[in-house]
Design a binder for this molecule. Structure first.
Ligand SMILES: [Zn+2]
Length: 472
C-alpha cells in the first residue's frame, strides 16, 4: 500500500495497493509523489540488474474517478516504441480483455527529475472502486497458460502429436518438446523443422506466435494435413520457463541471457538450453533425417512488423537460398516485412541460436530469428501503424506454419495434385527488400503451380547484384 508520507492510520479508499507477487509479475518499488502521481520502478532481472523493461502489476483500493499519473522511471533501454505510439496494456476485473491504453495518454521523454533518464508516463482514470486494475508492458503469456494450452492439446489425443519433457530449469519448471510424428516410409529421409520461443522471457508476443504455429499444425486445415505427412516439426515453446515465471525481461533465474550461451551451455547453469542444443546436435548427425529449419521466435522493442534475421555466407548461392523462406512468408503474411529482414554476422550475436546453428548445420539448412514488434505493423496500403493484438500475433504464427508448404512445394518435396499450369507474366523491381535498390525491372513469363523450377531463377541487376526470384 502506498499512502502519503507520515500517514499511519488504516488504509483509505484511494491509497493505492500495488501487487506484482504473481506469475510473470514485475514491479520493484513505488514512490509516492502526490495523491495523483507515483514513480514506479521495474524490478531488474534476477541476478542481472542490467535488464529493466518488462513490468506487470495490479492496482486496487482505488477511488471512483481517481485520476493518476504513473511514471515508469528506470527502463534500461532508451530507444523505445513508446515514441511511435506504443502504450501499456490494461484490463480490470469487470473488463477482463486486455486493451492498449490510448496513445495520447502516454508520454516518453528525458526527465530532469530522474538524472535525465528516459521516463514513460501515463495518465489513467480509475472508474470502478471494486475493480482490480492490471497493467503490463505487453499482453502477458505465462508458464501456466502454456501448460493449460498444452494440456488441452493432449486431451484431444491427436495421433500426430507427442509431448516430451526436455529438461528441467533451475527451479524445476519443465521445458517441453512438442513433436509431430510422420507418416513417411522408414527408408525415406525425413525433413525436420525445429522451432523455439521465449528464450527471452519478457518477449511474450513470441508465445502467441508460437501458439499460432502449433494451432495451425494440429488443425484439420488441408495445408496442415499435407505438412504433417511430409515434415516433422519439433517445437520448444518456452526455452526459458524460469525467466517467464519470474517476470524477467531477458534472463533466466540465474541472470543468464540464454541466447548468448549457445556455444557452450552448461548443464547446471543453462539446463534447458543445454538439453535443446544436445537434441539439435544429435538430430543434425542422424542420417535418417535432415534438419532443414531452425527458427527462434522473439519480440522486438524498437521495430515494427514481423521480420527475420538470417545468416550471411561466402557462397552467393547459399546467401540467396536463405532469402527464399522470408520471401515466401512475405507473400502469406501482410504484417511481415521483407525490408526489415536482414542478414548479418555481428560479433555480439555470436552466441545466439541462429548464429551458432548456422555454423553447425550443413549448407542445406536455414537458421533464422523471427522477430515480431511489441507494438504494431504497417501493411503495404496502410497509412498508420496497426497495433498487434493477441489474435494478430497468433495469425502471424499460422502464416509461418503454412509457408512451409510453399517452401516444400518449391523444392518438390510436396507434389501438387492435378494439372495447375497457369501462364502468368511476373515483373518485379529491384528494391530495398531485395537488398538492393537500383530499380532494375525484371520481367518474365513463367508457368506457375506444379511446373516451378527446382532452383530459383537468378537474375543480375544493374549493379550486378544477384537477385533470386522464386515462383509460388
Ligand atoms: Zn529476444
Amino acid at each position: 500500500m502506498v499512502s502519503p508520507p507520515g500517514y499511519a492510520g488504516a488504509p483509505r479508499k484511494g491509497h493505492l495497493v500495488f501487487d506484482a507477487c504473481f506469475e510473470s509479475g514485475n514491479l520493484g518499488r513505488v514512490d509516492y509523489i502526490s495523491d495523483f502521481e507515483f514513480d514506479l520502478f521495474i524490478r531488474p532481472d534476477t541476478c542481472n540488474p542490467r535488464f529493466r523493461v518488462w513490468f506487470n502489476f495490479t492496482v486496487e483500493n482505488v477511488r471512483e474517478t481517481q485520476r493518476v499519473i504513473f511514471n515508469v522511471v528506470n527502463f534500461s533501454k532508451t530507444k523505445s516504441l513508446y515514441r511511435d505510439g506504443m502504450s501499456p496494456v490494461v484490463k480490470s476485473t469487470s473488463r477482463p480483455k486486455w486493451q492498449r491504453l490510448p496513445a495520447k495518454n502516454v508520454y516518453y521523454y528525458r526527465c530532469p527529475d530522474h538524472r535525465r533518464n528516459y521516463v514513460m508516463s501515463f495518465a489513467f482514470c480509475f472508474d470502478r472502486e471494486d475493480d482490480t486494475y492490471h497493467f503490463a508492458y505487453c499482453y502477458p503469456y505465462t508458464y501456466s497458460r502454456l501448460q493449460h494450452y498444452l494440456a488441452s492439446l493432449e486431451r484431444r489425443n491427436l495421433p500426430y502429436l507427442q509431448r516430451e519433457q526436455l529438461g528441467l530449469s533451475v527451479p524445476a519448471l519443465t521445458s517441453l518438446l512438442l513433436s509431430s510424428t510422420d507418416h513417411l516410409s522408414p527408408e525415406k529421409e525425413k525433413k525436420l523443422v525445429f522451432l523455439t520461443a521465449r528464450v527471452h522471457p519478457g518477449e511474450s508476443p513470441a508465445s502467441f506466435v508460437c501458439q499460432g504455429v502449433i494451432d495451425f499444425l494440429v488443425s484439420q486445415h488441408p495445408v496442415a494435413q499435407i505438412l504433417r505427412d511430409h515434415v516433422i516439426f519439433k517445437i520448444v515453446p518456452m526455452l526459458n520457463p524460469d525467466g517467464v515465471y519470474l517476470g524477467n525481461y531477458r534472463c533466466s533465474l540465474m541472470g543468464f541471457d540464454l541466447n548468448r550461451h549457445w556455444q557452450d551451455p552448461s548443464p547446471w547453469a543453462h539446463p534447458t538450453l543445454h538439453a535443446v542444443k544436445q537434441l539439435i546436435v544429435q538430430m543434425s548427425q542422424d542420417p535418417r533425417g535432415s534438419l532443414e529449419f531452425y527458427i527462434d521466435v522473439h519480440a522486438h522493442s524498437t521495430m515494427l512488423n514481423g521480420f527475420m534475421y538470417g545468416n550471411v555466407f561466402e557462397n552467393e548461392e547459399r546467401v540467396q537460398r536463405q532469402a527464399v523462406f522470408p520471401r515466401l512468408l512475405c507473400q502469406n503474411a501482410p504484417d511481415f516485412s521483407l525490408s526489415n529482414t536482414s542478414f548479418n554476422r555481428d560479433v555480439v550475436k555470436a552466441g545466439t541460436g541462429r548464429r551458432f546453428l548456422g555454423g553447425l548445420l550443413d549448407d542445406t539448412s536455414y537458421c533464422y530469428t523471427l522477430e515480431v514488434s511489441f507494438y504494431s505493423y504497417m501493411t503495404a496500403g496502410s497509412t498508420a501503424p496497426v497495433p498487434y493484438t493477441e489474435e494478430t500475433y497468433m495469425k502471424l504464427g499460422r502464416n509461418v506454419a503454412r509457408t512451409f508448404l510453399d517452401y516444400y512445394k518449391l523444392n518438390y518435396l510436396v507434389k501438387c495434385k492435378g494439372p495447375t499450369h497457369i501462364q502468368r507474366v511476373i515483373s518485379q523491381i529491384c528494391n530495398d527488400g531485395m537488398n538492393c535498390a537500383c530499380r532494375t525491372e525484371f520481367r518474365t513469363d513463367s508457368h506457375l503451380g506444379c511446373r516451378v523450377t527446382r532452383k530459383p531463377f537468378i537474375f543480375k541487376c544493374q549493379r550486378n547484384r544477384v537477385i533470386t526470384w522464386i515462383f509460388i
